[in-house]
Design a binder for this molecule. Structure first.
Ligand code: FMN
Length: 271
């Protein structure tokens, strides 16, 4: 878990900004919280804070300004992001930037994309920017983080492992990766758990639609990762950023083939 960074988001309309925030938090391996949660926390220990929301009447959500109001004058880096209905960003970020500068914050970067909007004139055509932010926008958000703050990005240690074992039915491979004198225990190939980060909270096991994850000795493990449909619910719900999925396009096709005869989410009901 990256305790240097924190992302605070207020996404009230279509979850558009939330999608960007999730991609960013995943890349940084940091906590993603709402303003209400942030208001109860001590934010001084974070070196870098991301602040994002939709644009409503030409500026960020008022709650984002509320949290800035709570900021102390300690030197901190802040990056700001948004989604908006207007094709052009214009001066939408300016009020937030000014509020941050008043609090002695360094604005390190800013990011904005269009998001689905069905307000005002957009109603005439049944909504604008349909499907946005889309996969391409989310990749842009990831690249933004990688470019602007590479020092904070969460490395995927699994990619560094040289001798990977084949995935076997019902069995899990374990790997030990040494980095800067620390050994990181990784478990699983398709669904890889970083056991140094996993705190055994069990959220991943609860949300997995196929119930392939279980908790053993306070750590998450997958029972049969070949059954994983790559839905990403475990990844999205892991606050510790302890889970990564690894697959090729061929693997994704194999997933569809594997479940082609399945007729229910529950195995018992499949004939
Ligand atoms: C009440 C309201 C006011 C909005 N005002 C603006 C605006 O001034 N400029 C703009 O570009 N988009 C505006 N939008 C569109 C949103 O910024 C856009 O849909 C955004 O992606 C919503 O983000 P969210 O789903 O994270 O809340 C407005 C949307 C709502 C609901």
């Amino acid at each position: 878990m990256n305790y240097n960074c924190l992302i605070i988001v207020e996404s009230i309309y279509n979850n558009n900004t939330m999608k960007l925030a999730r991609a960013m938090a995943q890349t940084l391996g940091c906590l993603l919280i709402s303003v209400d949660q942030a208001l109860t926390m001590d934010l001084n220990s974070y070196q870098t804070i991301g602040l994002g929301s939709g644009i409503y009447f030409g500026r960020h959500h008022p709650k984002i300004f509320e949290i800035v109001e709570k900021f102390n004058f300690v030197e901190q880096n802040v990056f700001i992001f948004s989604s908006r209905g207007n094709p052009f960003l214009g001066k939408y970020h300016k009020p937030l930037k000014n509020a941050l500068l008043d609090k002695n914050k360094k604005i390190m970067a800013e990011f904005s994309v269009c998001g689905y909007d069905e307000t005002g004139p957009w109603v005439i055509i049944g909504g604008g920017h349909k499907g946005k932010p889309n996969e391409k926008d989310l990749r842009k958000a990831v690249r933004f983080i990688q470019k602007e703050m590479p020092q904070y990005c969460m490395p995927d240690y699994y990619l560094q492992i040289k001798n990977k074992q084949p995935i076997r039915e019902g069995l899990t491979n374990f790997y030990c990766y040494n980095t800067n004198g620390t050994s990181v225990l990784l478990c699983g190939d398709r669904v890889t758990f970083n056991h140094n980060n996993c705190n055994g909270c069990g959220k991943c096991a609860k949300v997995c639609p196929l119930e392939i994850i279980h908790i053993e000795k306070n750590k998450a493990l997958s029972k049969n990762e070949l059954d994983c449909t790559l839905c990403r619910l475990c990844v999205i719900n892991c606050n510790q950023r302890a889970i990564n999925l690894h697959y090729s396009w061929l693997d994704s096709i194999k997933v569809a083939k594997r479940h082609s005869k399945r007729t229910s989410l529950y195995l018992k009901q499949c004939k």
